[in-house]
Design a protein around this ligand. Sequence first.
Ligand code: FAD
Ligand code: NAP
Ligand code: SF4
Length: 677
Amino acid sequence: MTATNRYPLLFSPLDLGFTRLKNRALMGSMHTGLEDVPGGFERQAAFFAERARGGVGMIITGGIPPNEEAGGGAKLSNPEEAAQHRIVTEAVHAADPDVKICMQILHTGPLAGTPACVAPSAIRSRIGRYVPNELDEAGIEKQIADFATCAAMARLAGYDGVEIIGSAGYLLSTFLVEKTNQRTDQWGGSFENRMRFPVEVVRRVREAVGDDFIVIFRIAAMDMLEGGMSWDEVVTLAKAVEAAGANIISTHFTWHEAQVPTIATMVPRAAFTQVTGRLRKELSVPMITSNRINMPDVAEAVLERGDADIVSMARPMLADPDLVLKAAEGREDEINTCIACNQACLDHTFTGQLVSCLVNPRACRETELTYAPAAAPKRLAVVGAGPAGLSYATVAAQRGHKVTLFDAAADIGGQFNLARRIPGKEEFDETLRYYRRMIEVLGVELRLNTQADPDSLKAAGFDEVIVATGIEPRRPQLEGIDHPKVVGYIDAILGRKPIGQRVAIMGAGGIGFDVAELITHSGPSAALDIDVFAKEWGVDFKNHPRGGVTGVTPVVASSGREVTLLQRKTDSVGKGLGRTTGWTHRLTLLRRGVKMISGVEYLRIDDEGLHALVAGEPRLFEVDTVIVCAGQTPLRTLYDDLQRQGVKASLVGGAFEAAELDAKRAIDQASRLAAVV
Ligand code: FAD
Ligand code: NAP
Ligand code: SF4
């Protein structure tokens, strides 16, 4: 079987009449921040050209505003601005003339961070900074005209098409639902009136660009809003948009304010494509589906089910620019899979940082972080096969160094072997699979079950030893810390010690939350079962009520343990978690009855339980088990010994700095050091 035959649908071309897509793999739109930095067009050119070389059929850029009031960076509204975009389109077409690149036109409406922001009604979004200005008739006409001009300029810039985003709480979608559109003129009221604006935008864009240009409309097939669009309205809008000139319709499943996770790790793969499949039956134009499609077999299965004509993979293309190429060549075990953590992509977007990727720090850094062949290959020992050691070893080996990788454990992965046991973090297995394979492909000599010691490292005569030995869990100095009811988080996660019915967790960082998830979890992981996911988040795929959500507070299955999550800080518990995912972890635990208490001063642990002061008042937590998740300190004994023996050594990952260390920082630091060794 040739490799492409393994994914016959993914690799079949799609004829759009005036043009042809070479395959069904699409890189979906992501705002990376490159749109807004000096030299951004050159950096976007490198970013997208690398993905074009990586085999994708079509690319959609990050959102480009059609005017000032649309918010979100440099607008496109005239030929001078269009000339800048040529840097991007020419780079992509030079990389592969068969790859199409479409520009997303993004008007963020009430979410634009400018007092000039506009909307159908003057209703402030829960996550918007300003009350938007209500558009009058002339204002509406201006916005429509600006969309049309922007699309014409995109054509002038050499794009193959545009995508108009009509979802997510941005301008077009705010016309669609009563919650944000309370107009009584021809642009509000009945659904026919509410959809007039998006349909008119599509009609005028088509008029401006002619027939031989791709126009994609992104529709909120399930907007996840209570009182959002009904299924009939979704179908009516899709048909109207098709009639107005869209030649592809792309489904979206979110509204930024909605309280349903739609792309995070705990969302099952391809969870939403069934909705696209239903809509596809109503339309004649090709349809794009998306969300948590991160491997070629998942994409092929989506196409096989008839859920879509094109599969969008956005974050997976950050994680691995060569995803499609690797699938075509039968090298899918070399794909660096997106684990849907959001840590370096969406969390960065929402905190004003340039996007990258936890598993691929080169994403959006293509021009500055390169892995050039080493001028003088060295013999390197890397000690510790956690994320830091793995990324150092593989990047160094890719550059031509001779690398030996040691780990005391029986398998690679370090703390990722703990993380992967947490329900909802099953994707972490993919990262370990990736590294396992790359160790083979790159010829890294792997020595497992080997506690590296300074004498043998010195005797082996390595040019340099990279110490990636990770961390030691912190054990707070507290009376009773050695009491039998005290369990460290490693023992708790590995099930090495029994956990009682009543539990206090000391420390509410990422690991405290993960441990709480693990010990309160019951039944199959929602990340692996769409029905469980739907139930836990109040999504009704079958009946598709307005927005697709039931509106009833979901019941989340629980182990029945009584758990209290404690921290010393007075901030609200969970504040330090990921910007775009923290709320999901908090909500799940609260729905399981987990109590969260901040401002705690620990006093002692004894047979009665954990004694503490809460807001200065004595409090006894009568618990059977106290699980310690109180952070970590670097494990540097090996490094110190090597230093003493005069062996050239460097530190990386948790061994370098444990405070606030996560895998994102460990992999980034290790890759950067290995790029210059
Ligand atoms: P480690 O992963 O600790 O690896 C160190 C390795 O060195 C170990 O394999 C150890 O066996 C080996 N070693 C030590 N001494 C020697 C020696 N002398 N000889 C040979 N081998 C030795 N981070 C995130 O970014 N996102 C998450 O969602 C996330 N979830 C997590 C969930 C849990 C439950 C846990 C425990 C951690 C999580 N983390 C997460 C944190 C992340 O796993 C760590 O930041 C990361 O593993 C640190 O990488 P490291 O390579 O520095 O160290
Ligand atoms: P952490 O986030 O630093 O949390 C440590 C917790 O321990 C805090 O709640 C801290 O809060 C408490 N603590 C610190 N010193 C203490 C002491 N002496 N006595 C009692 N409590 C103490 O670290 P972590 O939870 O161990 O996680 C390690 C790393 O892995 C972090 O960088 C984290 O981001 C990452 N991680 C990420 C995820 C994710 O989903 N993104 C999940 C797991 C882990 P107080 O000082 O207020 O008590
Ligand atoms: Fe995927 Fe995480 Fe990388 Fe974002 S940071 S692309 S979610 S692996």
